[in-house]
Design a protein around this ligand. Structure first.
Ligand code: ADP
Ligand code: SF4
Length: 700
């Protein structure tokens, strides 16, 4: 029910060419690891966003032709008429809620290795392909350019047939052929498509015109354009060619969707771009050059800032990818004056890691994303309780908080017991480390709701043990007691303790925060490879320490490649004066110091250090579960059910703890942990049936 409030402006309809968006909430195209491989999963995920109030819901990039095959990544596909039907599943799901559906047509140029189609890659000028594959793209002939225009036109026609309302022409992220053509550093052609800016823009102009001609009577044509690449004059800049391109094409598209390039800049994590609206300084000029509506992004979650962006003439539509993943119901919550219920994106890019690892995306804040179709999970709805049994949740980290909240949502009475004085578990420590302050939102969203619930009691400073359990007399227990970092160096590289650790002062991330280490030389051994090694290094430098970071990986914080952060992390650590030693592990420690060992040659180097900070792996806290769960995974006889969740079950990401907490609450009094491994059916398509007329060569 719409309220007449200061956010009304966000709910005004916006005309986009021949179509009208019902409000200003615009889910811009975003990858998701589902794409053409999981079209039902995808359709359900997009449909939930429309249900949650996003007036426009777009696809990810959609390959228009086999020469734009970015496999193994799972993007959208519109290679032929056969691809229309699965895309219609998405448009139907979006239209069901009165929203518009947009499709981002893409030719990826030299970013496509064509691993599946096996046709040679194409580019404005010959060059190596952009992904890790030893092949090159060939320079396009004029015929190739005509073909590309034809493929785009065909894809636009198919988009209309699939029911889309907005059809994109895409020149962003350095991932698109059109951007490659426009770029001085990729286009060395000497014909009418190379040289001057006008020539380099020619193909984009032609494709915009042809797309309008093909489907512009009923569909809007959007142009997604990266106005700045953040590489200075070598690239497109908002005060150079970016500006000029917008001026040249100003009135041609029905909508400008503007951002910065590359993807790691557009989807910057909160560690590197802590503020909402961080793209404004680059994109705000666009509205001055066009009368067409403009959408832009910047991890917007605050309605006041959104209103400001509309009123000050920066944007017409509030674009969002990650905020719409973290909370598909963000628009409806603003509309209904339920601002405090918004699950704000924390800017961690775990969602992006799904796409990079070619699996359906997951989200730290929203455990239901990607599970809308497979598990039938809805971000705002959950099945009611099947009893009035009271549940004890032990531990108030991410897993315990999420489980308590969802049990409470189901209607179960919950007692949440926490041994500390605050809610949050690992989030309390980690959010105090450099660049991670947004992580506390994971706690705040859940604690804010839990503290208001009449069916939830929270006991602080209550370390649960067997004696207390007897006194409480609750028969259903969820254990969420977390994990502690190992102090013996065991991890991926070492399967047994590192010899000689008694010769040095050992630290772990667990004692970086409460016990400040200042003005010493600290060696970090990072065999974890996610963010914690890098942020501990930054913290120690802030505390006046000299830091050496040793890792068996080839890069610092190597796994953060998947969250688009690795380059920026290593750059920041090097700029902070941290010495990074890669491809080395620690063979041993003796009285002379730390013996670092080359993982290839075994050559040893001695490093003098006062402290050794081990970041290798975590031990699950199984104190309670060992007593309450038997070898068969069953609750001991005094209890109806006992379930471990989160880090005390299997230490992992915060996203994983939230997910396991959510899963346990959903399955409470239905399935227990050992049952979680059954009934996971991922098949979306009927199995392959050979055509009747094939000849088996073995029978010839
Ligand atoms: P997870 O990521 O799985 O949620 P955390 O380590 O973040 O795990 O949180 C675990 C929480 O459990 C911490 O806040 C810790 O203080 C609390 N805790 C650990 N053992 C007990 C216990 N026996 N009784 C109550 N709380 C506990
Ligand atoms: Fe935001 Fe992190 Fe969720 Fe992505 S995974 S939407 S960055 S909270």
């Amino acid at each position: 029910m719409a309220t007449s409030n200061r956010y009304d402006i966000l709910f005004e309809p916006v005309k986009i060419g021949p179509v009208t968006a019902p409000n200003r909430f615009y889910q811009v195209p975003h990858c998701n690891g589902m794409g053409h491989q999981k079209p039902r999963t995808l359709a359900a995920m997009r449909g939930v966003k429309a249900e949650g109030g996003w007036g426009v819901v777009c696809t990810e990039e959609v390959e228009i032709h086999p020469s734009s095959d970015v496999s193994p990544f799972a993007e959208g596909r519109l290679w032929s008429d056969a691809d229309i039907e699965p895309l219609r599943w998405m448009t139907d799901a979006v239209h069901e809620h009165g929203s518009l559906a947009g499709i981002e047509l893409t030719h990826s140029g030299f970013n496509a290795s064509n691993l599946e189609s096996r046709v040679p890659s194409l580019a404005p000028s010959a060059c190596p392909v952009n992904s890790y594959y030893p092949s090159s793209a060939r320079a396009m002939t004029r015929k190739d350019i005509r073909d590309l225009r034809h493929w785009h036109r065909q894809a636009a026609r198919r988009s209309k047939a699939a029911g889309f309302d907005i059809v994109y022409v895409y020149a962003g992220h350095n991932l698109s052929m059109l951007m490659h053509f426009m770029s001085r550093r990729h286009n060395f052609r000497t014909d009418e498509y190379g040289g001057t800016l006008e020539n380099r823009v020619r193909l984009t102009r032609e494709i915009l015109e042809e797309t309008k001609d093909e489907i512009g009577d009923t569909c809007a044509v959007a142009f997604r354009f990266a106005v700045d690449e953040l590489i200075g004059k070598a690239g497109i800049t908002f005060d150079g060619e970016g500006h000029d391109i917008v001026a040249m094409l100003a009135e041609l598209p029905d909508l400008w969707d503007v951002n910065i390039s590359e993807w790691e800049n557009d989807s910057a994590t909160a560690r590197f771009e802590p503020n909402e609206g961080y793209q404004d300084k680059y994109t705000r000029f666009v509205k001055q050059l066009t009368s067409k509506p403009v959408v832009g992004v910047g991890r917007f979650t605050s309605p006041d800032l959104m209103v400001k962006k509309i009123k000050d003439g920066t944007l017409d539509l509030i674009g969002a990818a990650r905020p719409s993943i973290a909370d598909p119901f963000l628009p409806n919550k603003i509309r209904d004056d339920r601002i405090e219920e918004i699950r704000e994106c924390i800017g961690c890019n775990i969602c992006v890691s799904g796409d990079n690892l070619c699996v359906p995306m997951r989200c730290t804040q929203n455990p239901t994303v990607g599970e809308e179709w497979r598990r039938k999970w809805h971000p705002e709805k959950i099945q009611p309780s099947v009893s009035k049994d009271r549940v004890l949740v032990v531990g108030a980290g991410p897993a315990g908080l999420e489980c308590s909240l969802q049990l409470s949502n189901r209607g179960y009475p919950v007692l949440l017991a926490e041994s500390g004085m605050e809610l949050g578990g690992r989030l309390l420590k980690e959010s105090a480390l450099p660049g991670l302050s947004s992580y506390i939102r994971v706690r705040d969203y859940r604690s804010g709701l839990l503290l208001q619930r009449s069916n939830v009691d929270i006991y602080f400073e209550s370390k649960i043990n067997e004696q207390l359990l007897k006194e409480l007399d609750i028969k259903d227990i969820v254990i969420a007691t977390g994990a502690a970092w190992k102090k013996n160096g065991v991890g991926r590289q070492h399967h047994t303790p590192i010899p000689g650790l008694e010769n040095i002062n050992i630290l772990t991330p667990d004692n970086i925060i409460p016990r400040k280490i200042t003005d010493q030389h600290v060696t970090i051994y990072d065999d974890d490879h996610y963010y914690i090694g890098g942020v501990c290094a930054e913290q120690l430098v802030r505390d006046g320490c000299t830091v050496t970071l040793i890792t068996p990986a080839a890069k610092a914080s190597a796994w953060t490649e998947n969250t688009l952060e690795q380059f920026k992390i290593q750059q920041r650590l090097l700029n902070a004066g941290i010495k990074i030693i890669t491809e080395q592990d620690i063979e041993s420690v003796d009285r002379k110091g730390i013996n670092a060992r080359c993982i290839y040659t075994g050559q040893l180097t001695n490093i003098q250090s006062e402290q050794l900070l081990l970041i290798t792996a975590r031990d699950p806290d199984t104190t309670l579960s060992n007593k309450l769960i038997d070898d068969n995974g069953q609750a001991s006889c005094n209890y109806n059910s006992v379930q471990s969740i989160g880090d005390c079950l299997a230490p992992g990401t915060v996203a994983s703890a939230i997910y396991l907490g959510h899963l346990a609450a959903r399955e409470f009094q239905s399935k227990q942990g050992s049952d979680w491994y059954t009934d996971i059916d991922q098949r979306e398509w009927p199995s392959m049936v050979w055509p009747a007329n094939v000849t088996d060569s073995s029978s010839i």
